[in-house]
Design a protein around this ligand. Structure first.
Ligand code: UD1
Ligand code: CA
Length: 487
C-alpha cells in the first residue's frame, strides 16, 4: 500500500505547484554512477572524466543543487574509492552497488525506502543538464500529479537509447534498443535517463522489476509499464535534447566539452568580454572575466582564475587559478599558475609565474622571466632572462637582465632573498640566499652577492678587471721566437 502524505502543509508536495521553492525543498535525488563506462575505454571511472575541466558527475550534482535539492545520494560501484573521493566533498552521500545488475538495482542500493516526497533519479553521465531543466521537470511532474514520470526528448539519431512507447499519445512503456523490434527502433522520442517518482511509488514497485531481457539486467525503465498496468498515473515529460545527452564514449565527451566551452564563452561575451576568435578560446566554468577584457586566440583560462576588467590577454596565454586585477596586459605565451597580478602590470611575452607569486600594480615582468613564491613590488621591473624564487622585492626596484636568486642550497633547503625599495640591481647578478639588500642600494653588474648589503650602499662582488696593454703583439712575438728556436 502507498503511504499518504500527512496533512501538515509543510509535508505536502501535492497541489503546490504555485509554490515552486517549497516543492524543490522536498526534493531528494539519486544519481546513478556505479556503471563501468566500458565504452570510454579508459582506466578512469566514466563519471570522473573531465568535461570542460569539471568531472562529468559534478555537472549533474551542480545542476540538482542549483535546483534546490537537499538530499543527494550517489550510487557508486565501479572505481568506487576514486568516485567517493571526488564527490563526497561536494556534500553528497554515497551508496555502494556491489554488483552492476542494472539501473533498477542501482536505485535499490540507494535505500530509496528511507526517502520522503518526490525522488528525482538521474544518470551520472549527463553533463549538459542545467538547474532550469530540473526546475521545469519538477514543475511539470507536480502539475500532472503523476505517480512516476520519465523525462523524454525527441532526437535525430536515437541510436542505442531506450524508446518511449505511447498508445494514443499516452505513455505505455520504455523499450531498450537491444530489446526493441524494428518498428519500435524507428521511434525518435527517447528516454533521457531521468525520472521523477513519489517515494512511496518507488518503494512499492521497484521490487516488482525483473531481469527478463537481453542483458539479464534489472531495468529501471520497466517501472513505467509496471506502474501503468497497476493503474498508476505515468507520464513522459518532454525536455530539450541537451537534457538527454549522455556521455558514453570519448567522442561524446569531446562533444560535451565543446558545447560547455561554447556556453561559457557566450555567457562572457554577453557580459562584455571581447574574443577575437571565440572557437579557440577555452574558459572553464568557474573562471570570471571582467567586461572590456580582450582575449586573443588560443587563450586557456582554467580553474578558479579571475580576470579583471580591461585586461588584454594575448595569444597562447595559459592561466590556472590566476588572479588578475584590472588593466593587466599579458603578452603572448605567458604561463601563470596560482599567481596574482596587480592592476596595470605588464607581463611577458614568455613569462612563467609559478604558485604564490604576487606582482604589484604597474610592475613589469618581461620575456623569459620565471618567478616562484615571490612578492614583486609596485612599479618594479624585471625585463629579461631572470629567475626570482623565494624572494621579496620592494617597490620601484630594477632587476637587471640575467639576475638569479640562488634559493636552493646544498643542504637541499630553500632560502629567501629580500630586496628593499628602489634598489638597482645591475645585470648578471646572483643573490646567494639567504641574503638581504637594504633600500636604495646599488648592486654592480656581474656580482655574486653572498652577504647582506645595508641601505644606500654600493655592493660590487666580482673579479677585478685586469688590463695588460700591448699584450696581443707581445704574445705574437713570443710565439714566433719559440717557433724559430724549434726549427
Ligand atoms: C539508460 C536507459 C536508457 C536511456 C539511457 C539514457 C536503462 C535500462 N536504460 O541506458 O533507456 O535511454 O540510459 O542515457 O536504464 N548504472 C549503475 N548501475 C548499473 C548500471 C548502470 O549505477 O548497474 C548507472 C551508470 O553508471 C550510468 C547510468 O546508470 O550513469 C546509466 O547506465 P548506462 O549503462 O549508461 O545505461 P544506458 O545503456 O545508457
Ligand atoms: Ca548512458
Amino acid at each position: 500500500m502507498r503511504m499518504k502524505t500527512t496533512s501538515s502543509a509543510s509535508n505536502s508536495t501535492e497541489n503546490s505547484s504555485k509554490n515552486n521553492t517549497k516543492n524543490l525543498a522536498d526534493l531528494s535525488v539519486i544519481i546513478l554512477a556505479a556503471g563501468k563506462g566500458t565504452r570510454m575505454k579508459s582506466p578512469l571511472p566514466k563519471v570522473l572524466h573531465p568535461v570542460a575541466g569539471v568531472p562529468i558527475v559534478k555537472k549533474v550534482i551542480d545542476a540538482v543543487k542549483g535546483a534546490g535539492a537537499t538530499e543527494i545520494r550517489v550510487v557508486v560501484g565501479h572505481g568506487e574509492a576514486l568516485v567517493r573521493k571526488v564527490v563526497e566533498p561536494m556534500g553528497v552521500t554515497c551508496y555502494t552497488q556491489t554488483n552492476q545488475w542494472g539501473t533498477a538495482d542501482a536505485v535499490k542500493s540507494a535505500d530509496p525506502d528511507s526517502l520522503k516526497g518526490n525522488v528525482l533519479i538521474l544518470n551520472g553521465d549527463h553533463p549538459l543538464l542545467e538547474p532550469i531543466d530540473i526546475e521545469k521537470i519538477l514543475r511539470e511532474f507536480n502539475e500532472t500529479q503523476s505517480a512516476v514520470a520519465v523525462v523524454s526528448s525527441v532526437v535525430k539519431e536515437p541510436g542505442s537509447l531506450g524508446r518511449i512507447v505511447r498508445h494514443r499519445g499516452d505513455l505505455r512503456a520504455i523499450v531498450e534498443a537491444a530489446d526493441a523490434s524494428g518498428e519500435t527502433l524507428k521511434i525518435r522520442e527517447i528516454n533521457t535517463g531521468i525520472y521523477v517518482a513519489k517515494s512511496d511509488v518507488l518503494a512499492s514497485y521497484l521490487p516488482k522489476i525483473e531481469n527478463h531481457n537481453s542483458k539479464g539486467e534489472y531495468y529501471l525503465t520497466d517501472i513505467i509499464s509496471i506502474c501503468q498496468e497497476s493503474g498508476e498515473k505515468v507520464t513522459a515529460i518532454v525536455a530539450r535534447p541537451s537534457v538527454g545527452f549522455g556521455v558514453n564514449n570519448q567522442v561524446e565527451l569531446a562533444k560535451a566539452t565543446r558545447l560547455l566551452f561554447a556556453r561559457k564563452r557566450k555567457t562572457l561575451m554577453e557580459e562584455g568580454v571581447l574574443m577575437i576568435d571565440p572557437k579557440t578560446t577555452y574558459i572553464e566554468e568557474e573562471v570570471e572575466v571582467g567586461p572590456g577584457t580582450v582575449l586573443y586566440p588560443s587563450v586557456y583560462l582554467r580553474g578558479r582564475t579571475k580576470v579583471g576588467a580591461y585586461c588584454m590577454i594575448e595569444p597562447g596565454c595559459y592561466l590556472a587559478h590566476a588572479q588578475l586585477a584590472d588593466g593587466v596586459h599579458l603578452k603572448a605565451y605567458t604561463y601563470l599558475e596560482n599567481a596574482t597580478i596587480g592592476a596595470k602590470a605588464h607581463i611577458g611575452p614568455f613569462a612563467r609565474l609559478r604558485p604564490e607569486t604576487e606582482i604589484g600594480p604597474e610592475a613589469h615582468v618581461g620575456n623569459f622571466v620565471e618567478m616562484k613564491k615571490t612578492r614583486f613590488g609596485a612599479r618594479s621591473k624585471a625585463g629579461h632572462l631572470t629567475y626570482l624564487g623565494d624572494a621579496t622585492i620592494g617597490e620601484d626596484v630594477n632587476i637587471g637582465c640575467g639576475t638569479i636568486t640562488c634559493n636552493y642550497a646544498v643542504d637541499r633547503k630553500k632560502y629567501r632573498t629580500v630586496i628593499g625599495d628602489r634598489v638597482f640591481v645591475g645585470s648578471d647578478t646572483q643573490f646567494v640566499a639567504p641574503v638581504e639588500i637594504g633600500s636604495d642600494s646599488v648592486i654592480g653588474s656581474g656580482s655574486t652577492i653572498t652577504k647582506d648589503v645595508p641601505a644606500k650602499a654600493l655592493a660590487v662582488a666580482r673579479g677585478k678587471q685586469v688590463v695588460k696593454e700591448n699584450w696581443v703583439p707581445k704574445q705574437a712575438a713570443d710565439s714566433q721566437k719559440n717557433e724559430d728556436a724549434g726549427q
